[in-house]
Design a protein around this ligand. Structure first.
Ligand code: R5P
Length: 296
């Protein structure tokens, strides 16, 4: 097996090569003055299983195109199989027509991955997995439940897990189960026109006097974590910490979260981010790759 690291691998390629005992090569990229670029694989891939690691954080379009170029090149050079490891899958949130006439971006991304002949796809907790059902190869979705639970334990001795919305309940419940602690969900409402969000109510359980840990799949503008933290503290929580998988952390997100009196914040290394401790997901991804290879 050969691991090829794209320019947006955030060192997960190096960790995977070490964990899996595989050879590592870096994707070469040359930029042209007109904004175009070309890529090159400088290692022999003929007959090999090749894992290309590329996360699709900002600039998403460049990183996606680089990934597609790389897969097409690796296939063209005669690799046996290409496994795309995409720790953060961009466009996963545009999974339906929220407003009439909108495109379903994630379905287009999946069609592109099919078109270049991707044999298998490994991604970490996409926003929703159903829109990936159009992927024709084998797929492994990494749910980094244990890694997140382990990291939460180092921050909070007696946590109570809170999902900020119904969509995140399953993941939050799994993290709570792994920690052997209680959990609850909030009801969040977002206006798709203005983007404004409101926390309407607590769906189940109670958290008075508890050390709340808000668990979410991603932090984008930080509004969800901030509003959930305020709601929790206003309703009797003793303290609030937050743990998310993908740290998009757009401008102002850190400040928004800080101002909402979140005591600590952790994320995962699917996206590089400097202002929070990042948990490494490489072991979880390596396990998924082993599973894919063993079952084919
Ligand atoms: C939404 O359903 C997601 O699970 C996240 O809660 C959301 O994307 C976070 O976005 P923001 O940080 O902008 O509130």
């Amino acid at each position: 097996m050969l691991i090829v690291g794209g320019t947006a691998s955030n060192s997960i390629d190096e960790r995977l090569a070490a964990i899996l005992g595989a050879k590592l090569a870096k994707l070469e990229k040359k930029d042209f003055p007109d904004g175009e670029f070309k890529i090159r694989i400088g290692t022999d891939v003929k007959g090999q299983d090749v894992v290309i690691v590329q996360s699709l954080y900002n600039p998403q379009e460049t990183h996606l195109l680089e990934l597609l170029f790389a897969i097409d090149d690796i296939k063209g050079l005669g690799a046996a199989r290409v496994i795309a490891v995409v720790p953060y899958l961009a466009y996963a949130r545009q999974n339906k027509r929220f407003l009439e006439g909108e495109g379903i971006s994630i379905e287009t991304v999946v069609k592109l991955l099919n078109a270049v002949g991707t044999d298998a796809l490994v991604t970490v907790r996409p926003h929703k997995s159903e829109p990936l059902s159009g992927f024709k190869g084998r797929m492994a979705i990494v749910e980094p439940v244990r890694s997140m639970a382990k990291a939460i334990k180092t921050k909070c001795a007696d946590p109570f897990i809170l999902s900020p919305d119904k969509g995140g309940t399953e993941f939050a419940e799994a993290v709570a189960k792994s920690l052997g602690c209680g959990h609850a969900s909030l009801e969040k409402e977002r206006d798709y026109g203005t983007g404004e969000l409101t926390i309407k109510s607590l769906i189940d359980g109670g958290f008075r006097g508890k050390d709340i840990v808000i668990v979410d799949d991603m932090i984008s503008g930080g509004g969800t974590i901030a509003a959930s933290a305020r709601f929790s503290l206003d309703n009797g929580a003793k303290s609030v910490g937050a743990a998310a998988v993908h740290m998009l952390m757009l401008d102002g997100a850190y400040q928004r979260i800080n101002e909402s009196r979140v005591a600590w914040l952790i994320g995962m290394n699917t996206i590089p981010y400097r202002n929070a401790e990042l948990v490494d997901v490489s072991e979880d991804i390596a396990e998924a790759i082993r599973g894919l290879l063993a079952s084919t």
